[in-house]
Design a protein around this ligand. Structure first.
Ligand SMILES: [Zn+2]
Length: 332
């Protein structure tokens, strides 16, 4: 099973609309063991490194049965790695294989206020699905998922508002088939940004900032509609907030670029109106991937009133979160 899962991880990680950086995880159950991806490692690393950890499945299910969603998964090997922070989601699903992703085409619906109506109007009737309102990843999200599964025990796909989807199946083919159905049914035509970032910058950027090479990402600062969204539709899902910050840092002139303050997960990108997106020295590739993902999700929205952003309290508990700090350190 490990070889088949590894191949599938590598295949998935080649599609940036499905997998972004270290996000997403996969597991399989083997008798009393749940094999789960380690936290902080991308699915792309599956081929090169041993990133799957054995976790005591009975211990996990006992905790779930007691309603204890804070139980730390018991790793059955001596390793400095930690299992995914979303391990409990995998233990909750009854399926032999479980895949959790934050696919762009799915997220574009999950950040809507009317997410469930939007899903219902597009998903084929044969898809057995349930959904949960936004909850902080970890214990709160696991509890919400357990409640959803209690209501719909046969669900093979659980949509998590402002977050992503969990898919269960008996085989890799099941997972791939469901992912294909969801991607097709939920695909949205992105709006085309027409703004062209100026080829020449008026001056060298201060503090060592550099404009990103990806012209789609630069649209976030150069397309006036997208630039406005940095203020009113920034915090859309946990990964984005964790890797890019609680708020978008914007300014109108290169000279206004702030001094670089590394902080726990590195200094944030800065959106300079009309000029592009500027990143400080050493800006991690994973965070560029997150910028691109945010652009992709946002460019699939033209109706700003329909977007549900995370509230201030929800954002606050994400940026001060030990598990994510650990992950943010790993990606630096
Ligand atoms: Zn997730």
């Amino acid at each position: 099973m490990r070889a088949a899962v590894t191949d599938y991880c590598v295949e998935l990680s080649r599609n940036p609309l499905l997998v972004q950086g270290s996000g997403g995880n996969i597991s399989w159950k083997d008798a009393g063991t749940l094999w789960i991806k380690a936290s902080g490692y991308g699915l792309a690393a599956a081929a090169a490194e041993s990133i799957f950890l054995p976790v005591d499945l009975r211990h996990l299910r006992d905790a779930i049965a007691r309603g204890d969603f804070t139980a730390a998964p018991k790793v059955l090997t001596d390793t400095p790695l930690r299992p995914s922070i979303e391990t409990l989601l995998h233990g909750l699903m009854p399926h032999p294989l479980v895949l959790h992703l934050h696919p762009v085409e799915v997220l574009a619906h999950l950040v809507r206020r009317d997410a469930d109506d939007s899903l219902r109007s597009r998903l084929p009737p044969a898809v057995r699905w349930a959904s949960v309102a936004y909850a902080k990843p970890g214990a709160a999200l696991a509890r919400a998922l357990a409640e959803a599964l209690a209501r719909k025990p046969k669900a093979d796909a659980i949509f998590m508002h402002n977050h992503g989807v969990v898919i269960g199946g008996a085989s890799i083919a099941d997972l791939a088939g469901m992912l294909h159905v969801l991607s097709e049914a939920l695909a949205t035509t992105p709006r085309i940004s027409k703004a062209i970032p100026p080829a020449e910058l008026p001056a060298a950027a201060p503090h060592g900032y550099q404009r990103v090479a990806d012209q789609e990402i630069n649209q976030l600062a150069c397309d006036p509609w997208l630039f406005e969204r940095l203020t009113d539709a920034w915090a859309l899902y946990p990964e984005q907030v964790v890797f890019l910050g609680a708020q978008a840092v914007t300014c109108d002139r290169l000279a206004d670029l702030p001094a670089v303050d590394a902080g726990i997960a590195g200094a944030p990108p800065v959106f300079v109106r009309g000029l592009g997106v500027f990143v400080p020295p050493g800006f991690a590739t994973t965070r560029l991937v997150m910028l691109r993902c945010y652009y992709e999700v946002l460019s699939r929205k033209t109706d700003i009133a329909a977007i549900r952003t995370l509230g201030a309290a929800e954002v606050g508990e994400l940026v001060d979160w030990d598990a994510e700090k650990y992950r943010a350190q790993l990606i630096r």
